[in-house]
Ligand binder design. Structure first.
Ligand code: NDP
Ligand code: 1BO
Length: 316
């Protein structure tokens, strides 16, 4: 995947030929009333990529902010990269285009640049009924995703939270190969195996929670306080957050840091035009590894994934 530099930001070329900005603003847990402002600040600061999802229940407010930015001439639609995701309740093939239409309506857009299957699990009914969970349907859901690609309403399609095995299974039958696998990745969960599988198959590896999701209290993440990160940050005169993001970019992955605070949104963009030298970069291999978003809520004795081992195919 070739890299090119546009206005200081590195872009990665996907298997569709499209060029995706390597940094995108995350919007999970961005509160109503704050997320629209965060999008405006980010785009004005130079972000050209916003990571959204129906689950986040804020696409409507993001849509209002995008319309304002277009109307004011701050940015053109074709210069922005918008990702959204198909939620777990919408995997029935007939529901897939309906879900995208809802997202497009909320975002006030005609197309998304990338549409992802959010998780490899279909929750057929609302509530906690484990009998409604399915995983064997992924081929038919993917066909419906391919139809969205054919229609032009999703200019690229991909997956999220797919392990190496689940990605390879999909690649074995997909007419249109996934362009992206968006997964957790940061110095405390480096995913070397999945990165190699993505690279070997021309699937772009995109890193969510690139700062380790420090605000998600139930995860107890403190990777930004790890002594290796703070040491590298001090040596380079950067913040630990910038070092974590730069580490991702140097690995060839896009990074999706979330913030609703202006100073951090700007700080997180200042990760180009400098690099972590080899002697410090190699130190990251010493960091102990632990997946943060383990997704226990998708594991059930009567569901398709009876353990975290099964959900992540051993990558846990
Ligand atoms: P991040 O790793 O981006 O961390 C976000 C947290 O870090 C927030 O609490 C933010 O607080 C804080 N923060 C932001 N910048 C800095 C900084 N420079 N220094 C210190 N703290 C900082 O976590 P997320 O889990 O939100 O992941 C990012 C995005 O990835 C999501 O928002 C979402 O778009 C996507 N994602 C996708 C998933 C999927 O299943 N596909 C799962 C999880 C995330 P504040 O806002 O107060 O600045
Ligand atoms: C379950 C959390 C997913 C965020 O994208």
């Amino acid at each position: 995947m070739a890299e090119e530099n546009v206005n200081g930001v590195v872009y990665f070329e996907l298997n569709t030929g499209a060029k995706m900005p390597s940094i995108g603003l995350g919007t999970w847990q961005s509160e109503p009333g704050l997320v629209g402002n965060a999008v405006e600040i980010a785009v004005k600061a130079g972000y050209r990529h916003i990571d959204c999802a129906r689950l986040y229940e804020n696409e409507n407010e993001i849509g209002v902010a995008l319309k304002k930015l277009f109307d004011e001439g701050v940015v053109k639609r074709e210069d922005l990269w918008i990702t959204s995701k198909l939620w777990n309740t919408d995997h029935a093939p007939e529901d897939v285009p309906v879900a995208l239409e809802k997202t497009l309506k909320d975002l006030q857009l005609d197309y998304v640049d990338l549409y992802l299957i959010h998780w490899p699990l279909w929750k057929k009914t609302a509530g906690a009924d484990p009998g409604s969970l399915s995983a064997s349907h992924i081929p038919s859901t993917w066909k419906a995703m391919e139809a969205l690609y054919d229609s032009g309403k999703a200019r690229a399609i991909g997956v999220s939270n797919f392990s190496s095995k689940k990605l390879e299974d999909l690649l074995s039958y997909a007419r249109i190969h996934p362009a992206v696998d968006q997964v957790e990745c940061h110095p405390g969960w480096q995913q070397a195996k999945l990165r190699a599988v993505c690279q070997a198959n021309g699937v772009h590896f995109s890193a969510y929670s690139p700062l380790g999701s420090p605000g998600t209290t139930w995860m107890n993440s403190n990777i930004l306080k790890h002594p290796i990160l703070t040491m590298v940050a001090e040596k380079l005169g950067k913040s630990p957050g910038q070092v974590a993001l730069r580490w991702g970019i140097q690995n060839g992955q896009s990074v999706l840091p979330k913030s609703t605070k202006e100073a951090r949104i700007k700080e997180n963009l200042d990760i180009f035009g400098w690099s972590i030298p080899d002697d410090l970069f190699c130190k990251f291999s010493e960091i102990e590894q632990r997946r943060q978003l383990r997704a226990e809520f998708l594991v059930h004795e009567n569901g398709p994934y009876k353990s975290l081992e099964e959900l992540w195919d051993g990558e846990v």
